[in-house]
Write a new protein. Structure first.
Length: 354
C-alpha cells in the first residue's frame, strides 16, 4: 500500500477530514438497518466473553472451537429458552381465547362489570366517548372491518418482509457474536489505536463500557424474573385465571418505561373487582403498587449502581430515559451513555487539578 506523505497542507488536511467524516457517515447509514443486531451482538459478546475464556483455557490452542462452543451455549441458554417462553405464551393466550369463545355470554357480562367497577369520572369519560357499550364497540368494529381487511392485505407482503428481515438480523447477530468473541480484543485494540485519546483514558472508557453492559444485562434479567415471579405467584394465590400467562407478560412488560408491570396488574385488579372478588382486587392493587412495582426501583439501582459506581437515582433515570429515547435498545444505551459521561467529566476534573 502506498504511504501518505508525512506532511500535508491545511487544504489537504481539511479535505481528508471531510472525506473521513463523509465515508464514516455513509458507513453508519448503510449499516443502520442492522444497528440492533450489532448492538446486541456486542452486548452478548461482552457478557459471555469470560465464559469463552474459561472454555478456551480448557482447550488451549483451539480458539475457534472454544468460540463455537460458547456460541452454542448462547443459543441453547438464551435464544432457545426465549423461544420456549414465547411458545408457552402463545399457548396460554390460545387457551384464554378458547375459553372466551366457549362462553360467548361471559365477555359482555364481564365487560359491563369492569365498566361499573371503574370510578365515576372514568365511567363518565367512557360514556361520553361511546366506549361504555360492548355492542357499540362491536358495531364500530364491524363498520371498519373492511378497511381493516384491506389494510392487512396491503401489509401482508411487508409483514413477510419484516419476518425475513428479523431472520436475517438474527443470523447477522449470531455471526457477529462469533466474530466479536474470537477477535474482539484485536478489534478493540485496532479501534483504540486511531482514537485521539491517551492509552490510559481508552482503558478507563473500555472498562466502564464493559462493566455497565454486564451489570445492566444481569440487572435487567434479575428484575424481570423477580417481577414476573412475584406477580405470577400473587395472581395465582388470588385466583386470577391464566396466572402463568400473565407472569410471563409481566416479566417482559417490566422492561417498558413508566408503565411497566402496571399493564398487567392494573387490569387484573379491575377484573377481580368486577367479578365480585372485592378484597382480592384490593390486595392485587396494593401488592402491584407497593411490591411488584417497587421491585424495579429497589433492585435495578442496587444491581447496576453497585458495579458501575453510579448513583441509584441516576441509574433509574438513565434507564427510563434510554428506553424512552431508543426503545428496547435504550436499556443498554442509556446506562452506557451515563457511564461514559461521568468518566469523561472525571477526566476533565483531573486535568484541571480539581
Amino acid at each position: 500500500m502506498e504511504k501518505v506523505p508525512a506532511k500535508a497542507t491545511a487544504r489537504e488536511t481539511a479535505g481528508f477530514t471531510l472525506l473521513l467524516i463523509s465515508v464514516t457517515a455513509a458507513m453508519i447509514w448503510s449499516l443502520w438497518a442492522f444497528s440492533g443486531a450489532i448492538l446486541w451482538a456486542i452486548v452478548l459478546a461482552v457478557v459471555f466473553s469470560p465464559l469463552k475464556e474459561r472454555v478456551q483455557r480448557a482447550m488451549p490452542g483451539r480458539e475457534g472451537l472454544a468460540t463455537a462452543i460458547t456460541l452454542l451455549i448462547i443459543v441453547c441458554g438464551v435464544l432457545f429458552p426465549v423461544s420456549l417462553l414465547i411458545n408457552m405464551l402463545i399457548g396460554e393466550a390460545a387457551g384464554l381465547v378458547a375459553r372466551l369463545q366457549s362462553n360467548p355470554a361471559e365477555l359482555p357480562a364481564l365487560f359491563d362489570r369492569v365498566v361499573h367497577a371503574l370510578p365515576d369520572w372514568a365511567q363518565s369519560w367512557l360514556h361520553q366517548s361511546g366506549w361504555d357499550n360492548l355492542s357499540t364497540l362491536g358495531d364500530r368494529l364491524a363498520a371498519n372491518i373492511q378497511t381493516l381487511a384491506q389494510a392487512l392485505g396491503a401489509k401482508a407482503l411487508s409483514i413477510g418482509a419484516d419476518l425475513l428481515s428479523y431472520l436475517v438480523a438474527l443470523l447477522v447477530a449470531l455471526y457477529l457474536i462469533y466474530v466479536f468473541l474470537r477477535h474482539g480484543r484485536m478489534l478493540v485494540e485496532r479501534a483504540g489505536a486511531v482514537m485521539p485519546l491517551a492509552p490510559q483514558r481508552r482503558a478507563v472508557l473500555a472498562r466502564n463500557f464493559i462493566s455497565v453492559v454486564r451489570a445492566t444485562v444481569k440487572g435487567s434479567i434479575v428484575v424481570s424474573v423477580a417481577q414476573g415471579t412475584a406477580g405470577g405467584v400473587i395472581m395465582w394465590l388470588l385466583g386470577v385465571p391464566n396466572a402463568l400467562l400473565w407472569a410471563v407478560v409481566m416479566a417482559f412488560s417490566s422492561l417498558l418505561p413508566a408503565v411497566g408491570t402496571g399493564l398487567v396488574w392494573v387490569p387484573a385488579s379491575l377484573y377481580l373487582l368486577a367479578t365480585g372478588h372485592i378484597w382480592q382486587g384490593i390486595v392485587m392493587a396494593l401488592m402491584g403498587a407497593f411490591v411488584i412495582g417497587t421491585i424495579d426501583n429497589v433492585l435495578r439501582p442496587i444491581l447496576v449502581g453497585r458495579e458501575t459506581q453510579m448513583p441509584d437515582a441516576l441509574v433509574l433515570l438513565v434507564t427510563l430515559g434510554g428506553l424512552s429515547a431508543f426503545g428496547f435498545n435504550g436499556l443498554i444505551i442509556g446506562p452506557v451513555i451515563a457511564s461514559l459521561f461521568l468518566a469523561t467529566w472525571e477526566m476533565v476534573r483531573e486535568d484541571q487539578g480539581a
